[in-house]
Write a protein that binds this ligand. Structure first.
Ligand code: PEP
Ligand code: MG
Length: 325
């Protein structure tokens, strides 16, 4: 299966019934982007920009950021790149971001909350992203922008205001897609409200699972029990897809669940059309998608929502994969 997956790794990803499913990779550097392309990724659904901001005394300026984002975009050779704005918090603080000590950093100043607390940093980052140019001869924008840890529509509106201001300053009239990560329960259950103004949604299943199950994603004692295939998490993803569909927006998954082969048919059945996996998982995810029919996936997904535990969901997913041969 691995050898067959490798051979077909560079074809466009479609289900057996002909539906287009984008299979992307998460990246954190130019080197990662090269590895993603080598593995057949059709773009990147998540550039974690933290690599540029941590372990230093001053934040990177606009020129440095623009150079780095351009390097990642160029490594992707024109393929779509979704750049996530800075996602640091109390547990990953930099000296130039003096976040006061917090009792619960996971519930504190992090993600978009930090960006709106220090809007000049956000503006600089957005300007740098807007400077990225696609390869010569390619039209349109290669980069989309995505906001982490959103809890309500007002945060998206605040980021859009900064984006609009940066575009005005730079004389950019073109549309720049701005999406929202769905990684808080608040965002998942109000996805219909958020999707009214977001260009796309991307589910961060790592944080979403942590917040839905109230289990610290970094606690080794809980590691065996924190499973994103918990029906509670799947119901949140279901609600996200339904909310997005009301406004004709697409939903992706950029958390760890996108690399979990047992989860892929369930996600497609819920309505996800973009998977951003680890580069290593891309060939197998693409091979799996090629063998799926959406109708069967929808039937499977509907049944997972009525299970009472992640184990039961995994059992269902296992019998489903056995039917694929
Ligand atoms: C997630 O939370 O699922 C996610 C993709 O973001 P990160 O793992 O960087 O928090
Ligand atoms: Mg996250």
């Amino acid at each position: 299966r691995r050898a067959a997956a490798k051979a077909a790794a560079h074809q466009e990803s479609r289900t057996a019934c002909g539906e287009r499913i984008e299979v992307f990779a998460n990246v954190g550097s130019e080197k990662d982007a090269l590895a993603a392309v080598a593995n057949g990724a059709e773009g990147s659904g998540l550039l974690r920009t933290e690599f540029l901001f941590l372990d230093r005394d001053t934040p990177p300026d606009e020129d440095e950021q623009a150079r780095q984002y351009q390097a990642v975009a160029s490594a992707l050779d024109g393929r779509p790149l979704i750049v996530r704005t800075l996602d640091v918090g109390g547990d990953k603080a930099a000296p130039y971001l003096p976040i006061p000590a917090e009792e619960n950093p996971a519930l504190g100043l992090r993600g978009v909350r930090v960006s709106l607390w220090r809007p000049h940093l956000l503006k600089t980052q957005i300007r740098a992203i807007l400077r990225v140019q696609p390869p010569q001869g390619q039209k349109g924008r290669q980069c989309k922008i995505m906001v982490p840890m959103v809890g309500s529509l007002s945060e998206l509106r605040a980021v859009r205001a900064v984006l609009d201001e940066a575009k005005r300053e730079m004389g950019i009239a073109e549309r720049v897609e701005l999406g929202v990560m769905i990684e808080t329960p608040a965002a998942a259950v109000t996805a219909d409200l958020i999707a009214a103004e977001a260009d796309f949604l991307s589910v961060g299943t790592n944080d979403l699972t942590q917040y839905v199950l109230a289990m610290d994603r970094g606690n080794p004692e809980l590691a065996a029990r924190i499973d994103a295939l918990h029906p509670a998490v799947l119901r949140m993803i279901d609600q996200t897809c339904k909310g997005a569909a009301r406004h004709g927006r697409w939903v992706g998954v950029c958390g760890g669940l996108a690399s979990d082969l047992a989860a892929v048919p369930v996600l497609l059945g819920l309505g996800v059309t973009e998977l951003s996996a680890t580069a290593a998982a891309v060939p197998e995810v693409k091979a799996l998608v090629r063998g799926l029919s959406l109708e069967a996936c929808r039937d499977l997904a509907a049944r997972t929502l009525d299970q009472t535990s992640p184990e039961a969901v995994r059992d269902l997913a296992k019998s489903f994969s056995q039917t694929l041969g």
